[in-house]
Structure formats: C-alpha cells, structure tokens
Write a protein that binds this ligand. Structure first.
Ligand code: ATP
Length: 237
C-alpha cells in the first residue's frame, strides 16, 4: 500500500525555483531515501510535506487523500518531521522536549506512557530528563529529536539529515536506530541524507534530487552500484 504520493510538486522562494515538478511515492513500511547535493531541494521537499512551506502547485496525498494545510493537522494525520539541525529546544529540559513532540495528544496518561517508552529505549535521556537539552552532545540531541518525533506515534516519519555533523560511530548508531524504528516499530520512513553511501545501503528505494528535479530513482542497492551515482555522490569509490 502506498502511504505518501507526491505529484508534480513545484515550490518557489520568490524567483528561486527550489522544486520543479517532483514526483515520488513512499510505500507503507518502507525506508525511502532522497539523496542530493547541497541546495538540491531536499529540505524544501520535507518542509513542504510537513506544511512549513506552501507549494506553488502539485499534490501531496497521504493514503490517497490530500494533506491538510496546517502543520498540526498534518501531524494529527500521522506524519511527523524531525528537522535538519535537530531543532531541539535547547533551554527546555529533555522531558519538556519529549512532551512537546506530543502536543497534539491531550491524554496526559498516554503522553507519560509514551515518554516512559522513550526513556526505556534511550536510557541517557532518562538519566538526564531534568537537564537542559542543550547540554546533550550532538548525537544525543539527534536521539532526542527522533524520540520527540516518535512521541505523537506517527505512521510516517520525515528525517532531515540525521547524520549531519556527527562522528562516524554516532552516525552508525543513528542509522541503526532508523532501521530499528522501521523493523521493530513498524514506521514508514522518508529519509533525506547527504551521506549517500549509508542512506542507499539502508533504504529500500531512493530518489536522487538535483536542482529541484528527481533525476534518477531505484532500489537503494541498485543505485549504490550505479556508476553515475558512485562518481557523483560516492567519491567515485
Ligand atoms: P542542504 O543540504 O544544503 O540543506 P537542500 O538540498 O536541503 O540543501 P534546500 O535547503 O531545500 O536544499 O534549498 C533548495 C534551494 O532553495 C537552494 O537554492 C536554496 O538556496 C533555496 N532556498 C532554500 N530556502 C530558501 C529561503 N527560505 N529563501 C530563499 N531561497 C531558499
């Protein structure tokens, strides 16, 4: 079953055309990657899907139905966004950050149950629950950003550059976490990454975005072995 369908999506910032007719789909339970260089339009795509940026034209369908216009309603429909640069609330405690992720949930007991599940999965967040989130390391902040994204129990998670700026060992654990979220928690994932090697090795299907257009698509493993991709995105290795 298809969870998300994007058709002929165009987005502009004034005269800058950031997306020029993007088409893609994300099947239920899949990990789908978008790879591309700086400025290709990856963040614009995710920001448009989550309602932060308004498209000029095109359609976005979740389970075949048009997405609601407002970000909070998109979250209610089951699509959560873990933004580029984590965007945790540095001056708030870890606990407050987690609760912010469930702002659409009014049942306090349910929020606490979900928070406890996050603490069980991420003991470092439990140990430091009352500390300011800004005191966490980059990798821990990424864990918190993902945990916050899970607090609304979304069906589909949009992850924007989760490996950005992290040490190689931490990157490895972030990618393992993404796989776990799909395999153990049954989530569908749309992952935007500059780390093409790791993203293609992890995902079921990938799209290559260049200058606002999808120029290539296919199963991750196939793209990993594509000579053009190796040359352009994998250092020719
Ligand atoms: P990066 O990996 O560097 O974040 P990206 O692939 O996510 O790159 P976007 O950030 O989506 O790319 O940018 C796509 C294009 O839109 C770029 O040309 C960028 O300069 C432009 N752009 C992005 N945000 C804005 C904005 N708020 N106002 C004007 N132009 C913007």
């Amino acid at each position: 079953m298809t969870t998300l369908t994007v058709r002929d999506l165009h987005v502009s910032y004034g005269p800058v055309q950031a997306l020029r007719g993007v088409n893609l789909k994300v099947d239920e339970g899949a990990i789908v990657s978008i790879i591309g260089a700086n400025g290709a339009g990856k963040t614009t795509l995710l920001n448009t899907l989550s309602g932060i940026v308004k498209p000029r034209s095109g359609s976005i369908l979740l389970h075949g139905r048009p997405l609601p216009g407002r970000a909070c309603n998109i979250l209610r429909e089951g699509m959560a966004h873990v933004p580029e640069g984590r965007k945790i609330f540095a001056g708030f405690t870890i606990e407050e950050n987690l609760k912010a992720g469930a702002y659409i949930v009014h049942d306090k007991q349910l929020v606490e149950t979900r928070r406890d599940a996050m603490y069980a999965r991420f003991p470092i967040l439990a140990q430091r629950s009352q500390q300011q989130a800004g005191t966490l390391s980059g990798g821990e902040q990424q864990m918190l950003a993902i945990a916050r994204g899970l607090m609304s129990d979304p069906e589909l998670i949009l992850l924007d550059e989760p490996s950005l700026g992290l040490a190689p060992l931490v990157v490895k654990s972030v990618f393992e976490l993404i796989r776990e979220i799909r395999d153990r928690h049954g989530k569908t994932i749309l992952l935007v990454e500059q780390n093409a090697q790791k993203a293609l090795a992890l995902c079921d299907y990938a799209y290559v975005l260049e200058n606002g257009r999808i120029v290539l698509e296919g199963p991750g493993r196939e793209l990993l072995n594509d000579p053009a991709i190796r040359k352009a995105y994998l250092g020719g290795a």
